[in-house]
Design a protein around this ligand. Structure first.
Ligand code: GDP
Ligand code: MG
Length: 178
C-alpha cells in the first residue's frame, strides 16, 4: 500500500507480473540502476529492489519493487507479492502473442484477488523489436482501456518509456488526506 511517511513522502509497494522472458527484471534494473545487461540471470522466486523518485510537485515516492519469476511453479506464490501492492505492472513482450495471453491471465487474477483500488498497468516491452512485432499496439490499448488499466510500450534495452512508466504510476498513487 502507499503509506505516508514524511510530509510529502510516499511509500508504495509495486509488483511486476508476466511471463518468463518478457523483460521484467530488465525493466526494474533499467529503472533502478540505469543499466541494461543482456546476460541478466533468470529470476528465481522473486527479487526485491527499492528506488525513490521525486515528482514535480516535490512528492518523494519510495517504490518497494517486487520482481517475480514468471515460471508456472512460482505462480502459487504470486499472491504473496501482489497482496498489499499499491500498483501492479503486468508485462508482455510485443513479439510474443503467448506472453500477451499470459498478461491477460494476470489481469484477471489481479481483478479477482488483488487489492481493490490497485493501480494496474499493462506494459508491452521490447518495443525496440518493432520489426518482429506480433501484438498490435491498438489491440493492447483497447484491452487495457476495457480493464481500466493504463498502457505503455517500453524498451528496457533503449530505456524508452521506462522512467515515464514509474512516473505515471507515482502520479496515480493516492495522496494522504491531511
Ligand atoms: P523476465 O524473465 O521477465 O525477468 O525477463 P528478463 O528481464 O530476464 O529478460 C529476458 C530476456 O529479454 C533477456 O535476454 C533480456 O536481455 C531481453 N530483454 C529484456 N528487455 C528487453 C528489451 O526491451 N528489448 C530487447 N530487445 N530485449 C530485452
Ligand atoms: Mg526476471
Amino acid at each position: 500500500n502507499s503509506t505516508a511517511t514524511d510530509s510529502n513522502e510516499l511509500r508504495a509497494k509495486l509488483v511486476l507480473l508476466g511471463d518468463s522472458g518478457v523483460g521484467k527484471s530488465c525493466i526494474v534494473l533499467r529503472f533502478v540502476r540505469g543499466q541494461f545487461d543482456p546476460t541478466s540471470k533468470v529470476t528465481v522466486g522473486a527479487s526485491f529492489l527499492s528506488q525513490t523518485l521525486a515528482l514535480e510537485d516535490s512528492t518523494i515516492v519510495k517504490f518497494e519493487i517486487w520482481d517475480t519469476a514468471g515460471q508456472e511453479r512460482y505462480a502459487a506464490l504470486a499472491p504473496l507479492y501482489y497482496r498489499g501492492a499499491a500498483a501492479a505492472i503486468v508485462v508482455y513482450d510485443i513479439t510474443s502473442p503467448e506472453s500477451f495471453k499470459k498478461a491477460q491471465y494476470w489481469v484477471k487474477e489481479l481483478q479477482k484477488h488483488g487489492n481493490p483500488g490497485i493501480i494496474m498497468v499493462l506494459v508491452g516491452n521490447k518495443a525496440d523489436l518493432h520489426e518482429s512485432r506480433s501484438v498490435p499496439t491498438q489491440e493492447a490499448q483497447e484491452y487495457a482501456e476495457k480493464n481500466s488499466m493504463f498502457f505503455m510500450e517500453t524498451s528496457a534495452k533503449t530505456a524508452d518509456n521506462i522512467n515515464q512508466l514509474f512516473e505515471e504510476i507515482a502520479k496515480r498513487l493516492p495522496r494522504p488526506t491531511a
